[in-house]
Structure formats: C-alpha cells, structure tokens
Design a protein around this ligand. Structure first.
Ligand SMILES: Nc1ncnc2c1ncn2[C@@H]1O[C@H](COP(=O)(O)OP(=O)(O)OP(=O)(O)O)[C@@H](O)[C@H]1O
Ligand SMILES: C[C@H](N)[C@H](N)CCCCCC(=O)O
Ligand SMILES: [Mg+2]
Length: 229
C-alpha cells in the first residue's frame, strides 16, 4: 500500500504542479515506485477526441509507473474555471467515493502516491464539497506549496490553519519562488518558518526548468521516514 501525500497550495497557479512533479521525480530517483494523481482537472485541451491536462502530463513525465488515465485523472474538463462550474456545465457530479476508489487502486500499484489538488484548499468541486473535503476523505498527510509572492503570508497562514482544523497532518511545506520580482523574500521566508511548525522541505528557485527538476534527496528521505507505516 502506497504512502500518500496530498499537495495543496496557497492559490491556483502558485506551483503545485511544479512541486508535485519535483516530489514525484525525487521519490522515483530514490528508487520508490511513484505515481501522480490529479483527481480533478479543469483547463484541459482536446487531443483528438481525448481531453488532456498539462498537470497530468507533467506528473507522468516525472513518474516511473504507468497507470490508466481513468485512475490518475478521473475528472477532466475543458474550461479553465473552478471545478464545480466545469463539472456543472458538463452535467457531471464529482463523486468522492469514486475518487477514493481510484486512489485505492493506484495505491496498490506504487510505493508512493502524490495527489495534487486543484486551486487552493477551499476550491469548490461541487455545490457541497471542496478540495478540503477530498483531502479529508483521503486522510493523507498534506504538503503545502507556498507561492512566494506578495500576499503569501496571509494565504499561507489561512491554509495552514484550515488544514489543521480538519485534523490532518501537515507533512511539510515548500517555498516556491513563483515571482522572481518578489521583494524581501528572505524576510518573508523567515516569518513563515517561525509560524509553520511542519518542516520546510525545499525552496524552489525561479527557473524555466523548474518542472523538470527533482526535490532534494534529504527531504524525500525525511518524508519516507516520517510517513512510512
Ligand atoms: N519555481 C518556478 N520557476 C519558474 N516558473 C514557475 C515556478 N513555479 C511555477 N512556475 C510557473 O507558474 C505557472 C503556475 O505553476 P503551476 O502550474 O505549477 O501552478 P499550480 O498551482 O499547479 O496551478 P493549478 O491550480 O492550475 O493546478 C506555470 O507556468 C509554471 O511553470
Ligand atoms: C483552472 C485552474 N488552473 C485550476 N485548475 C482551478 C482553479 C480553481 C480556483 C477556484 C477558486 O478558488 O476561485
Ligand atoms: Mg497544477
């Protein structure tokens, strides 16, 4: 049964896919059979008659295990809008039990399963549920990606508090330099380090090649040591 990690972030477009890909590649490079999962993707492109999502393709490139798209990305929608709107427009009801079943099947095919949310912690996936509900049902340790830009101190604290309210373990956080022009980076990082009890797993530089890198081995080993059952 795989060790699972749920990847969330301070917002949409702050580097969850970059961080997830680096995590998947890091686990793979350390010899762990590793799969990515993107339960719900809005913002897909048509390739022939199949909807494809760039997050899923990035995960696949980093992974050393193959799995069916219906398991790794069960819900795919073309419009780049909130998942609850994309699903409503497509007349699809996103089923939490179905997503849990897909995660369960993937967990039997790998040692590590890296599950990327959509948007931030409270991004809606239906009228009733948000990403927080999905993560809570999955009961996986959470890794928080902080997009290091102005506003991140507030967004990071809100996210950390909301995850803790669910009783979920925060396995660590990643500082992603998504904005190379962000002023006072070091001071902001120091503030966050003081307030987030979980380990800082990595600082990701702003780099055009960030998607193709691997997370540092020491953090990969820490995650395995702390979360292997
Ligand atoms: N460290 C970085 N260096 C350079 N570019 C980055 C970095 N992190 C993220 N980006 C770029 O910022 C954009 C958003 O990143 P990413 O797709 O990982 O966000 P996301 O949080 O996964 O968004 P979504 O909510 O849509 O899944 C992408 O174009 C990505 O290449
Ligand atoms: C389309 C985008 N890239 C993401 N896949 C979905 C972001 C949902 C954000 C919802 C919200 O908080 O307003
Ligand atoms: Mg993404």
């Amino acid at each position: 049964m795989a060790i699972r990690f749920f990847i969330t972030g301070t917002d949409t477009d702050i580097g969850k896919t970059v961080a997830s890909s680096q995590l998947i590649r890091g686990f793979s490079n350390c010899g762990h059979k590793t799969l990515g999962m993107k339960p719900i993707a809005s913002g897909c492109m048509l390739s022939g008659d199949i909807l494809v999502n760039s997050d899923v393709e990035s995960h696949r490139l980093a992974s050393n295990v193959e799995a069916d798209i219906e398991l790794i990305n069960p819900y795919r929608f073309a419009p780049a809008v909130s998942p609850h709107l994309a699903a409503r427009d497509a007349n699809v009801e996103i089923s939490l039990p179905h997503l849990l079943e897909c995660a369960q099947q993937l967990s039997q095919m790998a040692d590590v399963l890296v599950i990327e949310g959509a948007g931030g912690w409270y991004a809606p996936i239906s009228e009733q549920y948000t990403i927080a509900d999905l993560a809570t049902e999955l009961a996986a340790p959470v890794i928080v990606v902080v997009g290091m830009r102005l506003g991140c101190l507030n967004h990071a604290q809100l996210t950390i508090d909301a995850i803790s309210q669910r009783g979920l373990v925060i396995a660590g956080w990643i500082a992603n330099r998504v904005d190379p022009a962000f002023k006072r980076y070091e001071d902001n990082l120091a503030y966050l380090k003081q307030r987030i009890a979980a380990p800082l797993l990595a600082e990701l530089e702003y780099d055009d090649n960030a998607l193709n890198m691997a997370l540092n081995t020491s953090s990969i080993e820490l995650l395995i040591t702390n979360h292997a059952s």
